[in-house]
Design a protein around this ligand. Structure first.
Ligand code: UGA
Length: 367
């Protein structure tokens, strides 16, 4: 085992450990390291199999409580995944979305700056804003961000996330890394409406639900928007590349001790004070194409002819999500920086990621 991962004095705090990405990271830390994990969330249903694990401690709480924030910041590595990140909520619940994506992470960042913890903050690819169909690769340190008007409350989330990034980057003494996910997919993503959640989940869970219920897949504004879907397993591999590089920079400067200690002057170039895209640029697909791929995979998984499944239907964005819905038309990551600084490149092809996700969904919700 890599000696950095073999070090049982390290505890990583995972805030939002019960969510889709958090639960995959949680499992991977236990499987690939000898670290301890301090998991914080309000719901642990994705981690039932870990609740009695000897290297885990769980706290049922959220970042609205200042005492909880202080406690989390005492660990040497803090990964913050807690967020409201479902577009259907950005319109009707804008204030709650902003609190969850700005106020709470800002308080945690301040506590980490005081304690010396390394904050790995999950932001979003949505901070690139209202990208056009013809937009090219989005680069972390050069692409401008253009949002829609204040009346298009879709952008409440991206605005809060971008402000949180700026706050983190501006905090004196904070050791930070920002991660911008590009449409991660995999088992346990989101929910099935009416079963374990309400409202409209993100597109993968929504299409999976419709397929399972024999309903048409809804193509918002014709399904012309494009996304680069990225396997959650690639995302976890990225985090391990980051941990490895960050701990390599920090051996003499505090991280790795049982508690967080003030970090010295180690530069950590390439890891700290950086934002990273995490995505698979080779997996780009329009949402209309995604719908056809998912129909074909579902037909294969179920052993039925694809022609027996309902055809997708176009629907207007504001009719589907409500007033204030707007969209990014293309979201293609530049992957150069993660490869150059961390040697990371996503590897899992689109069809593999979709088949794993949809097969899991069918099995999980058919029970
Ligand atoms: C969302 C979040 O806002 C981002 O923060 C997050 O980073 C991102 O998901 C992600 O998963 O990484 P978005 O890509 O717009 O952003 O999320 P989806 O709801 O999955 O929508 C993707 C596209 O599919 C959009 O164009 C949407 O209009 C379309 N869509 C969605 C449909 O055509 N039909 C549906 O049933 C659902």
């Amino acid at each position: 085992m890599n000696p950095r991962f073999d070090d049982n004095s390290i505890t990583v705090a995972i805030v939002g450990c019960g969510g889709f990405i958090g639960s995959h990271l949680f499992d991977a830390v236990l499987e690939r390291t000898r670290w301890r994990v301090f998991g914080v969330d309000l719901d642990f249903y994705r981690l039932q199999h870990r609740l009695n694990h000897e290297r885990c401690e769980f706290l049922c709480a959220d970042l609205a409580d200042p005492a909880v924030v202080e406690r989390i910041a005492q660990f040497p590595i803090v990964v913050n995944l807690a967020a409201i990140c479902t577009p259907s909520r950005y319109m009707g619940e804008a204030c709650e979305v902003i609190r969850s994506n700005y106020d709470h992470p800002a308080a945690l960042a301040e506590a980490c700056a005081r304690s010396g913890a390394w904050l790995v903050h999950f932001s979003t690819s949505e901070i690139y804003g209202k990208t056009a169909v013809e937009s090219g690769e989005l680069e972390e340190d050069s692409t401008p961000a253009v949002f829609g008007p204040v009346t298009a409350s879709r952008w409440s989330y991206a605005t809060a996330k971008l402000l949180a990034e700026r706050f983190i980057a501006g905090l004196p003494g904070l050791r930070w890394t920002v991660v911008r996910p590009f449409n991660f997919v995999g088992p346990y993503m989101d929910f099935m409406p009416g079963v374990d959640g309400e409202g409209i989940p993100r597109v993968l869970a929504n299409f999976s639900t419709a397929l399972l219920r024999g309903e048409p897949l809804k193509l918002v504004n014709g399904g012309k928007a494009k996304r680069c879907f990225t396997s959650v397993h690639d995302a976890v591999d990225f985090l391990f590349a980051l941990f490895d590089a960050g701990l390599g920079c920090s051996l003499n400067s505090g991280i790795g001790a049982a508690g967080a200690s003030k970090v010295g002057s180690a530069p950590g170039a390439g890891v700290f004070s950086q934002a990273f895209n995490v995505g698979n640029a080779e997996n780009e697909v329009s949402i209309a194409e995604l719908a056809q791929k998912m129909r074909a995979i579902f037909a294969k998984v179920r052993g039925v002819d694809v022609s027996t499944l309902p055809e997708p239907q176009a629907v207007a964005g504001e009719e589907y999500y409500g007033a204030g819905y707007d969209d990014s038309m293309r979201r293609m990551p530049s992957v150069v920086k993660a490869e150059r600084l961390l040697g990371f490149r996503a590897r899992i092809p689109l069809d593999t990621a979709l088949e794993e996700s949809l097969s899991w969904f069918v099995k999980h919700y058919s029970v």
